[in-house]
Design a protein. Sequence first.
Length: 117
Amino acid sequence: MSQLDIQINGRNYNIACDDGQEEHLQKLGKFFSDRVEELAAAMGQVGDARLMLMAGLVVADELSDAYAEVERLKEDMITLQKNASQVTPDQGTLEIFANMTNRIEAIAARLEQPVET
């Protein structure tokens, strides 16, 4: 196990993580710290606990939206696949399908990658 310090809203927090995860956790910490700082700038210093709770809810909301978009795109792709067996696709349909596939793959890749700050 490794230990590292993450600074959020001017305070250091000592965090344990698996060996090799330090850089990833530092990036996540910076991403979260940036959210806390944005909220502090907009609302003032309303206390660390409240700022962190609000930042956590903002990040959770963004993640929820991303998952919902992935699900919607998957459903659209399934519908297109079902309909594709009933018609001969033209070039426009193929391009739409390719674009949707690329969007789904890009979103899935973003969700699987470490947060870049």
